[in-house]
Ligand binder design. Sequence first.
Ligand code: FNR
Length: 341
Amino acid sequence: MSRQQRKLEHIKYALESNQEGWSPFDDMEIVHQSVTSLHWEDIDLQTNVGGLALSSPLFVNAMTGGGGSKTEKINGQLAAAAAVTGIGMSVGSQMSALKDPSEEPSYRIVRKENPHGIIFANVGTESTVEQAQRAVDMLEADALQIHLNVLQELIMPEGDRNFRNMESRIESIVQGISVPVIVKEVGHGLSKETARKLRELGVRYLDSAGKGGTSFSKVENRRRKDPLSVFDGWGIPTPASVKEIREVLPDTHLFASGGIRNGMDGAKSLILGAEGFGMAGSLLKVLMEDGMDALLNRIGAVHEELRIIMMLLNCRQPKQLAGKPYVVTGYLKEWLEKRAT
Ligand code: FNR
């Protein structure tokens, strides 16, 4: 199967397997507060995450590119929506364009549609420093994401089996690249142990990309004749990943993603200590099923929900949400309590 065909299958199966109905964020409730001292116009969604000046904590997380004109169209629409709403955006893995320059337009469209926006490039850990820099240059990107997807590769019949150089590659890219490097998962979550390891390698920006939304083990299982379905539920729930990373690494810049469906889930991730949050599958689903206007409405709704919660909790800026009172119940409570060591 060609890489291009694989990219299109990822979109198809990610849309089919997105767990719209359930997220571990349902097991977390923000405690309502009744007195505020703010005017609606005091609420300012702008936020700085390390060296990245974002006009909103929300960004469109890495999804596509490398699947010819179909993925060029999707990336163009996502980028146009990001430009109109002033949110950041990441592209899917650029390894395909680094290996086959005819795929570059499916990524370059993002900078074309959003000349002044915040854009993240994206590579895997097989990337050399030189390839990573080319991925950044291709988009004039403001940051580079490196995705960690060992489980996905192992479930993919044609996937990589050799990760011996993973740590040294990450370390070299962090040292050799001119923009912030964000290390992320693909729906299985970063643990505190992984986060500490990445910190030792020099990584200063993380994205939890946890369990609760799109799962790439599930997506790859849909592509297999003999699914390894025991891995369908594998991973660390996003709120647990964010909470445990923040507890051990108070100074690391942290994005939340994985199963974030709305502004309420986003606000919960900020309360747990994330500084920004990404949405991937749920935004793609809106775009593909209901079109561009619906996508713009959804992003607008996420912002409005977030502003309302900030108003209720008396927070002028997204960072002031950190540490606000909440209650956890059910599965998430058990996970947090039973997590060994
Ligand atoms: C992804 N994701 C992803 N991540 C990455 O770093 N590189 C990639 O190429 C892709 N490709 C990709 C394709 C599609 C169709 C989807 C839906 C997702 C993973 C994505 O960035 C994110 O980490 C997970 O999808 C979890 O977030 P959601 O979907 O639950 O919001």
